[in-house]
Design a protein around this ligand. Structure first.
Ligand code: OKP
Ligand code: ZN
Length: 349
């Protein structure tokens, strides 16, 4: 499958995150993309560098103030004191209920809280250039997809860090810019009447859902660990069905942690049925591989061979498809699991 990769992902190289109250090495590591690229090459897939500047599409999805903050966040952090270059900034206070989010504080950590949903999204010196190159890869992939006629019927975007937790004006869950939303918006810009985003990452794609919640031109469907017990906790319930124009164009299929494979594939069938009912012209898959049984932070049961099946089932929709890499933290397995989805997809076409 034609694949666009993020050539600058390694610039995003934070040293630690907080996990259960402790500083731990980041789960979201450089080797994740290295391994996927390696398996793509050894299994014969073409890899391309991005050939588009995502800036215009980014401005359609994210707020100007958030994008401006993100671009210079590291410089702002380092300007506070020279020692800061050796550490990482984390928010510690957030404008939740009763507090104002319409004022932008002068204090950097307060601004970081304004633009973050958690303290689990470490920012490093090269975060912005890495994230920007990932956005370029997502838009490039969506532009390379053939919408009828000759050309690739599916394209893969191989990038990190992930994007599906990032909303219009906030980062969170290792995500800064919403790559799947950029791909979907690019397909809309190219004339697709309706795009379906199917998010199969273990974690609910709260950012993508919120970006498209009031729109019917981009449908959002997600299969994920029940937010009652799993991150991101505050979104992803079955009763979130869209609002206004978007009513009926959001579908959450939460599953209990520890559910069976059969339950997962039943949810996938339900997701495809719902997408099939809405006359969609293209599909974007938020491809998280953290549904893998060996994932260190997730609780779904899929084995490596199940990803071949997943790919074949996704292909049965017969829609032009962009697959965008999201999570997956069993680093040794992420390459084969991701490429199994692509091979399963192509074999079924
Ligand atoms: C990103 B993706 C909080 C650490 C928890 C949340 C997991 C983010 C997953 N201190 N991190 O959906 O794979
Ligand atoms: Zn995830």
């Amino acid at each position: 499958m034609l694949s666009y990769f993020n050539p600058h992902h390694a610039l995003h190289n934070p040293q630690y995150e907080f996990f259960r109250g402790e500083k731990v090495p980041c789960f979201e590591q450089q080797v994740r993309q290295t391994y996927v690229e390696e398996v793509l090459r050894t299994r014969g897939h073409a890899l391309r560098e991005p050939d588009t500047d995502a800036s215009a599409v980014m401005a359609q999805i994210h707020s100007p103030a958030y994008l401006a903050f993100l671009q210079t966040a590291w410089q702002q952090w380092c300007a506070l004191r020279p020692d800061n270059a050796a550490t990482q900034p984390f928010p510690s206070v957030w404008p939740i209920r009763s507090l104002r989010s319409d004022r932008v504080p002068d204090n950097f950590i307060a601004r970081l809280g304004l633009y973050s949903m958690d303290n689990g999204t470490p920012l490093a010196a090269g975060t912005w250039p890495a994230v920007k190159a990932g956005a370029d890869a997502a838009v490039s992939a969506a532009q390379a997809l053939a919408l009828g006629g000759d050309g690739p019927k599916a394209v893969f975007c191989c990038t990190r860090p992930p994007g599906h937790h990032a909303g219009v004006d906030f980062m969170g869950g290792y995500s800064f810019v919403n790559n799947a939303a950029l791909a979907a918006q690019t397909l809309r810009n190219r004339g697709c009447g309706r795009v379906a985003v199917l998010d199969v990452d273990f974690h609910h794609g709260n950012g993508t859902q919120s970006i498209f919640y009031t729109r019917s031109d981009v449908m959002f469907v997600s299969i994920h660990g029940d937010p009652l017990t799993e991150y991101p906790f505050y979104l992803g319930y079955a009763d979130e069905t869209g609002e206004g124009e978007g009513l009926g164009y959001n579908l959450n299929l939460p599953l209990p942690a520890g559910c069976s494979k059969a339950a997962w594939f039943d949810a996938l069938a339900a997701a495809l049925l719902a997408i099939g009912e809405k006359a969609c012209d293209a599909l974007v898959v938020s491809l998280g591989l953290d549904t893998f049984e060996g994932d260190p932070i997730s609780k779904f049961p899929l084995a490596s061979e199940d990803y071949l099946t997943m790919g074949a089932v996704l292909a049965s929709l017969k829609l032009p498809t962009v697959l965008v890499l999201e999570g997956g933290y069993a680093t040794q397995a992420i390459g084969h699991n991701a490429v199994n989805v692509l091979d399963g997809f192509e074999k079924a076409c």
